[in-house]
Design a protein around this ligand. Structure first.
Ligand SMILES: *[C@@H]1O[C@H](CO)[C@@H](O)[C@H](O)[C@H]1NC(C)=O
Ligand SMILES: *[C@@H]1O[C@H](CO)[C@@H](O)[C@H](O)[C@H]1NC(C)=O
Ligand SMILES: *[C@@H]1O[C@H](CO)[C@@H](O)[C@H](O)[C@H]1NC(C)=O
Ligand SMILES: *[C@@H]1O[C@H](CO)[C@@H](O)[C@H](O)[C@H]1NC(C)=O
Length: 307
C-alpha cells in the first residue's frame, strides 16, 4: 500500500486562512434588520422553544396568571407562564392556542439624544408617562442618566399593576425576576433582541394589556416604520424574562449612559447570551442536535487553526 499523499503545506495554509477569514466575517456581520439597529439571530435552543410554543407543542407550560389582553379589542387569553412552578427560571407571555403577543410601542422615560427622530414624540404616544417603573433604581446607579431613554434602551414592559377593582395583576418579582434584568425578545423572521425589564403595565386603560417595548427595541425588530402610535400587530412575538440576580447587569454590567441603541445592546449581549444558553436545551422537549453539530464543527476548526 502506498502512503497517502500528504496535503501540501501552502494548500493547508490557504485553507486555514480562508476558514479564519470566514469566522471573522460571520462575527463581524451578524444579521441586521435595519441598517443602524443591531439585531441578533435566534440561538437554536430559544428558536426551538419559540416554535414549540407556536405549534402548541409546549404552549403555556405552567400558567402563573391569566386574563390579560395583547390587543385592546382581542380576547383575554394571554397568560404569564413559566417552565417550572416550583423553581421558575424563565417567565414568558403566551396568548394561548399557539399565539404569543404583539408589540406596542412605549415612549415612557426620557427622550432626546442623537437617535430621537420624533417617532415617539408626545402627541404620538397614547399613554405617555414621564417616568419608567424603575427610574429610582436607575438613579441609584448614579451613571449620569435620570431614566431610561426609549430611543436608546431596548426596554420591555412586563408585569401588570393596578388598583382598579377586579383588575388583573402580575408581579414578576414574586417569582424572582428582578428590576432592570436582561430579557430576550424573539421577533418572527429569526430576529432576537436582548432587552431590559424597564417598565410595567399600569391600569390607565380599560383593560390589563401586555406586549409593549421601547421604540429602540421595536425598531431593531421592524425598522423605522415603528412610531409611538404604530406598533407591530402580529401575535407572534415572544418575551422571556429570567429569574435570579445573575440576570441583572447592575450599575457596571451595562453601558447605561450609552448615546445610541447599538452601543447599549452590545453592552448586554454577553450576559444575554449566557442567560439564553442557560435555558434548558429543548425547554419544549426537542433535541438541539444541530447547534451541537455547528458548535462541534467550529471547535474542531478552532483546534485545527491552533495546531
Ligand atoms: C376573560 O373574560 C371573561 C369575560 O369578560 C371572564 O368571564 C373571564 O373570567 C376572563 N378570564 C380570565 C382568565 O380572566
Ligand atoms: C381591532 O381594532 C383594530 C383597530 O382599531 C381593527 O383594525 C381590528 O379590525 C379590530 N379587530 C377586531 C377583532 O375587532
Ligand atoms: C386554535 O388555532 C387553530 C389554528 O391556528 C384554529 O383552527 C382554532 O380554531 C383555534 N382554536 C381556538 C379555540 O381559538
Ligand atoms: C415595516 O417595514 C418593513 C420594511 O420596510 C416591512 O417589512 C414591515 O412589514 C413593516 N412593519 C410594519 C409593522 O408595518
Amino acid at each position: 500500500m502506498s502512503p497517502a499523499t500528504p496535503i501540501r503545506e501552502p494548500t493547508l495554509r490557504l485553507c486555514r486562512w480562508t476558514y479564519a477569514a470566514l469566522l471573522l466575517f460571520c462575527a463581524a456581520f451578524p444579521a441586521r434588520g435595519d441598517s443602524s439597529f443591531l439585531v441578533n439571530t435566534v440561538p437554536q435552543n430559544l428558536d426551538n422553544f419559540y416554535h414549540d410554543l407556536r405549534e402548541r407543542v409546549a404552549s403555556c407550560q405552567h400558567n402563573l396568571a391569566g386574563g390579560f389582553y395583547s390587543v385592546d379589542n382581542g380576547t383575554n387569553t394571554t397568560s404569564y407562564c413559566t417552565n417550572d412552578p416550583h423553581r421558575p427560571s424563565i417567565i414568558y407571555l403566551s396568548g394561548g392556542n399557539g399565539t404569543l403577543s404583539n408589540m406596542d410601542i412605549d415612549c415612557d422615560g426620557v427622550q432626546g439624544g442623537s437617535q430621537d427622530d420624533g417617532r415617539c414624540s408626545l402627541g404620538r404616544s397614547p399613554d405617555y408617562q414621564d417616568a419608567t417603573a424603575f427610574r429610582d433604581v436607575i438613579q441609584s446607579y448614579n451613571v449620569g442618566i435620570s431614566d431610561l431613554n426609549t430611543y436608546v434602551h431596548p426596554y420591555v414592559v412586563f408585569g401588570n399593576s393596578g388598583s382598579k377593582p377586579g383588575w388583573r395583576t402580575f408581579d414578576p418579582t414574586e417569582y424572582g425576576v428582578r428590576p432592570l434584568s436582561v430579557m430576550a425578545v424573539v421577533c418572527p423572521g429569526n430576529k432576537m433582541v436582548y432587552g431590559i425589564w424597564g417598565d410595567t403595565n399600569g391600569d390607565d386603560g380599560d383593560k390589563p394589556m401586555v406586549g409593549e417595548v421601547s421604540i429602540a427595541l421595536a425598531t431593531a425588530c421592524w425598522g423605522k416604520n415603528m412610531t409611538g402610535d404604530n406598533g407591530y400587530d402580529g401575535m407572534d412575538v415572544l418575551y422571556v424574562a429570567f429569574t435570579g440576580k445573575d440576570a441583572v447587569p447592575g450599575k457596571n454590567g451595562a453601558d447605561w449612559a450609552a448615546k445610541d441603541y447599538d452601543t447599549f445592546e452590545r453592552s448586554i449581549q454577553g450576559l444575554g447570551d449566557k442567560l439564553v444558553q442557560r435555558m434548558r436545551a429543548g425547554a419544549g422537549g426537542r433535541k438541539v442536535t444541530s447547534s451541537w453539530v455547528v458548535a462541534g464543527g467550529v471547535f474542531a476548526g478552532g483546534l485545527w487553526l491552533a495546531l
